[in-house]
Write a protein that binds this ligand. Structure first.
Ligand SMILES: Cc1cc2nc3c(=O)[nH]c(=O)nc-3n(C[C@H](O)[C@H](O)[C@H](O)COP(=O)(O)OP(=O)(O)OC[C@H]3O[C@@H](n4cnc5c(N)ncnc54)[C@H](O)[C@@H]3O)c2cc1C
Length: 504
């Protein structure tokens, strides 16, 4: 039986398909549209997405397309009222999509265009889908289906999952246009006025993305004059404007689904939640959904992981969607209120996400980084060869990364490696020492920086990092049986890998 059908080749579906292909899961990607979008649409990528793209080996390509922004400043009455450090890249969504599509092609996965999913039905073992495309009506079976088919999701409609939110729709107008203006090009500027917000985001070249949010809405497609006068009212003294490269208006309500999965069918991205474009979250959250789902599907498909693992996609990402929907209301409605700083941070730095309560995380009160939080990166040296590597580079495959921080040759290391047995297919174990003289060390941390970051300066510790670089478990090495119990619970039925087309 084929692996996974991904429905929709927007940023969410492209990342999901790419990750599945990297992880060796057969994947088919369809899109109802005959051509890729040429619209600029979402324009902000948080630093964390870049870390994912580096693991996907398109980090450099994305960096070349983007423009770095280091701060976001909000102005009210022409005075700066909030200034926050940021770490993000602006780039038009269609350019990101073409970089993702190119990488997919290199992995022998093509986007099948003009193919629309019209119906699906599922039982405990498979999903049957009904498609309409250039070959007429066809039908096929998959182990799993992912609905990444956008805000009007057909998959969501078929599953009959409610998609609720406040009735009030926010209205936006957007333009990508060259502006001759004395605004620093290393940051984002927001101009707040009662009922109106204008934002200027620098794009590569001499372009700016201008976003207007107007509580009263836009009757028609905005003209350049609308942008010019909104910015003028906000205090922007521009000397001139070029011909807009892209103009759009966009009306959206904040909504999210009651459930992000039903049986073997999953929802991700705009199909599961929509946010304000000014919140800079739509594309970022969809990509994060895809990242979360991909490794869980792959470990289930290839290694027969327990249902708890795949079930945790729902619990982890539904909690995120709920939290974000509370935080990402309209800036125009909120104005310069006291929550503005927090809102700006969530939008432009990236929300602080954690999965401490997830069933796919081993609970524990430990020094930071605690289970369920993001693992910090760090530079390490390979023992023997002396080559430099990093924790994120080591964590870029489907296997969990088990770091064992130790100051000595430890009997528990040997015991743990023996006890891992076949779980070694799921876990890559690396012994990290400060000193090359420690026998059995795979990685060295001569300066002790990684030991410090990981709070591992006392007794030997283990830290298990998931393929999405969240900490799955950690503890004192002498308590390694807790780690084994956690791994066995999730992967005890581990079978020989299903036929894999690629080895990550
Ligand atoms: C005009 C506009 C401006 C926007 N501006 C911003 C912005 O400034 N900032 C921001 O953060 N966000 C913005 N957004 C939202 C942002 O584009 C989305 O959050 C993002 O595209 C979501 O990605 P996705 O992959 O989940 O869904 P989408 O990008 O919507 O992709 C869904 C894909 O599924 C396909 N599809 C749909 N139904 C089927 C089917 N039955 N069978 C097969 N394929 C199907 C569609 O053709 C589409 O390609 C904007 C959106 C629009 C439309």
């Amino acid at each position: 039986m084929a692996g996974t059908l991904v429905v929709g080749a927007g940023p969410t579906g492209l990342v999901l398909a790419l990750q599945l292909a990297r992880y060796g899961v057969p994947v088919r990607l369809i899109d109802a549209a005959y051509t890729p979008t040429v619209e600029s649409r979402a324009a902000v990528l948080h630093r964390r997405r870049l870390q994912l793209f580096e693991r996907m080996e398109i980090g450099e390509a994305v960096l070349e397309l983007g423009w770095p922004c280091r701060r976001v400043v909000a102005y009210s009455d022409r005075k700066p009222v909030v200034s926050e450090d940021a770490d993000l890249l602006t780039l038009p969504q269609n350019e990101l999509e073409s970089a993702l599509g190119e990488r997919l092609r290199a992995l022998d996965v093509k986007v099948e265009r003009g193919v629309r999913l019209v119906h699906l039905e599922q039982d405990a073992a498979k999903v049957r889908v009904y498609l309409r495309g250039p070959d007429g009506e066809t039908s096929a079976e998959y182990s799993y289906v992912a609905g990444c088919d956008g805000a009007e999701s057909t998959v969501r409609h078929i599953l009959d999952i409610p998609f609720a939110g406040p009735q009030h729709a926010a209205s936006f107008a957007m333009a990508d246009v060259a502006v001759d203006v004395d605004l620093p090009r290393d940051g984002i500027a927001l101009f707040l006025a009662p009922g109106n917000v204008a934002a200027m985001l620098p794009l590569r070249g001499d372009l700016w993305r201008i976003i207007l949010e107007r509580a009263s809405g836009f009757d028609a497609m905005p003209s350049l004059d609308d942008f010019r006068s909104a910015l003028y009212l906000g205090g922007v003294q521009a000397r001139g404007y070029g011909e807009p490269r892209w103009l759009a208006n966009y009306r959206t309500t904040r909504r999210r689904v009651a459930a992000m999965a039903k049986g073997r069918v999953f929802l991700a991205g705009d199909a599961a939640h929509v946010h304000s474009p000014l919140g800079a979250l739509g594309m970022n959250v969809g990509i994060a959904d895809a990242e979360n789902l991909a490794w869980k599907l792959a470990l289930t498909y290839r290694h027969g992981a327990s249902e708890t693992l795949l079930g945790s996609y729902r619990t982890e990402r539904e909690a995120v969607a709920m939290r974000l929907s509370r935080l990402t209301g309209s800036f125009a409605a909120a104005g310069a209120n006291r929550k503005l700083r927090e809102r700006l941070r969530e939008a432009f730095v990236g929300p602080q996400i954690g999965y401490a309560r997830s069933a796919a995380v081993s609970p524990g009160r430990t020094p930071p980084p605690q289970p369920g939080t993001r693992a910090p990166d760090g530079v390490l040296i390979r023992a023997g060869g002396g080559a430099e590597t990093s924790i994120f580079a080591l964590a870029s495959s489907l296997r969990h990364l088990l770091l064992i921080f130790t100051y000595r040759r430890d009997q528990f290391v040997h015991e743990l490696l023996v006890a891992l047995g076949r779980l070694g297919e799921i876990v890559e174990t690396c012994v990290v020492a400060r000193d090359a003289a420690i026998g059995g060390a795979h990685l060295l941390d001569p300066t002790g920086a990684v030991f410090r970051t990981y709070g591992a300066e006392g007794e030997p510790q283990y830290v298990l990092i998931r393929p999405d670089t969240f900490v799955a478990a950690r503890g004192a090495l002498r308590d390694y049986r807790q780690l084994l119990a956690y791994l066995r619970e999730l992967y005890e039925n581990a079978e020989a890998p299903a036929a894999a087309s690629r080895t990550p």
